[in-house]
Design a binder for this molecule. Structure first.
Ligand code: CMC
Length: 414
């Protein structure tokens, strides 16, 4: 393994150190590039740019590998709950029984059950506000509603699901449901969403398990757009609350987490327009048409998305067991089948991503479309927090890229 690379720049050799990761990732450290040569690098979309060294998760897009703190996602999904996964991401190791009990206890203590301010604020958003916009702004002001001595990370983990449920219930004219310290984290989410006036939500273990798995699959994914947003804010020493708020906004985009809502809207649209899959595949391939097949393609995964494989199984399991008969699932399967055998998608290495099937599971659970990306945010939260924390612990510098200016030269106002 070489420790340096030499660049021959117009006849002059310049030397740069090479940085290696634990799993054979390699990078050229160009931090002295401008100083040595006068050049900067230009890398739109940061397709070749590493923002930092990180030990939280690892993705190998060519081989379809995803590790959380070294553990393969396939093992995590079999053996861990979302709460254990969150602990792992935040602290670096899986918890023992005592640590897990303590973690759950601390979460229970932040239950917001007596906080009437949040409810009032929630009721005052314009009726057509998107839940992601509300969640982003509410998570920002949470900072000013925490009790003294709260651990901010735990406070966020405890309260984001409460806010999500409040947003859903307020938008739908339903009374708020309190956090129940006797229920586990994921059952609490379902109860706060769906409990009836007189009785708790009837917990179905199949649904609890499916939701828990969805949260785990979303929990971290190295330097994606929203996580990088959170890291960027952390680098400027912005609070964890405002950083998470920014992460939620970034996730909202249709090319990122918002794709889960966009997939279902696309499938509904196809169905309403006669269900001619081939017509829509041709639209997606037409360069003059802005339409893209939502839920297909990924910046990193170029063979398959390991999360999509797991999520497809979860979707099929829940749908079979709940006898959820929905034409959307049938259409999704047909669309996938046609797309993965189409030369355009094969050549461009476009495969179904995690968002292709997640919406179908949310739909089966009873979560409305405009809340899908909120559910993604609940899952991604521990990852965001871990990255925010890592930036600060590693004392990473302020993120401040350069640019190549292509505007007017200096001119005078006439
Ligand atoms: N449908 C049709 N064509 C596509 C698609 C698609 N879904 N995705 C990429 N392409 C084409 C694109 O037009 C381009 O063609 P050409 O080389 O001829 O110009 C080529 O494939 C490469 O696309 P790109 O946009 O340069 O690739 P990227 O790595 O920058 O984009 C992506 C990745 C996820 C933004 C893109 O695949 C996409 O827009 N997919 C649909 C939205 C989606 O499902 N997003 C969820 C991503 S997974 C969850 C998450 O991480 O948040």
């Amino acid at each position: 393994m070489c420790s340096i690379v030499n660049f021959n720049m117009n006849g002059v050799v310049k030397t740069f150190p090479v940085v290696y990761g634990t799993l054979h990732e390699k990078a050229i450290n160009i931090s002295t590039l401008r100083e040595q040569t006068g050049y900067i690098t230009l890398d739109p979309g940061f397709k070749n740019t590493g923002i930092a060294k990180s030990s939280i998760s690892f993705v190998d897009g060519e081989r379809g590998i995803l590790l959380y703190r070294g553990y393969p996602i396939e093992q995590i999904i079999q053996k861990c709950t979302f709460l254990e996964t969150s602990y792992l991401l935040l602290n670096g190791e899986l918890p023992n029984d005592n640590q897990l009990d303590h973690f759950s206890e601390m979460i229970n203590q932040c239950n917001l059950n007596n906080n009437t301010k949040i409810l009032q604020i929630c009721k005052n958003y314009p009726i057509n506000s998107h839940p992601m916009g509300i969640l982003s702004s509410l998570s920002c002001i949470l900072e000013f509603m925490q009790e003294e001595n709260n651990n901010n990370y735990i406070h966020l983990l405890a309260t984001l699901p409460i806010l999500a449920a409040l947003i859903y219930r307020t938008k739908n004219g339903l009374f708020p449901v309190k956090y129940d310290n006797n229920l586990c984290y994921t059952s609490n989410i379902l109860n706060m969403f769906f409990a009836k006036k007189t009785n708790n939500y009837q917990q179905n273990p199949i649904i609890v398990d499916a939701l828990d798995k969805l949260l785990i699959l979303h929990a971290d994914h190295e330097q994606n757009c929203s996580t990088t947003t959170v890291r960027l804010l952390s680098s400027a020493h912005v609070s964890i609350y405002a950083s998470i708020s920014a992460g939620i906004s970034a996730l909202w985009g249709r090319l990122h987490g918002g794709a889960n809502q966009a997939v279902i809207e696309m499938l509904e649209n196809i169905l309403q327009n006669g269900g001619n899959i081939h017509k829509w595949i041709e639209k997606a391939k037409n360069k003059k048409d802005p339409f893209r097949l939502m839920g297909f393609g990924h910046r990193i995964y170029k063979n398959f998305d390991p999360r999509a494989i797991i999520i497809k199984q979860v979707a099929e399991n829940i749908i079979n067991k709940l006898k959820f008969n929905n034409p959307i699932l049938k259409l999704a399967k047909e669309l996938e089948e046609v797309a993965i055998h189409d030369s355009y998608f094969i050549e461009k290495k476009l495969y179904p991503n995690i968002d292709f099937y997640s919406g179908i599971i949310y739909k089966a659970i009873g979560i409305p479309k405009d809340m899908f990306t909120v559910m993604f945010a609940l899952g991604r939260l521990p990852g965001w927090i871990a990255h925010w924390k890592e930036m600060r612990l590693n004392n990473e510098p302020l993120v401040r890229p350069r640019q190549i200016y292509v505007g007017y030269r200096k001119r005078n106002i006439v």
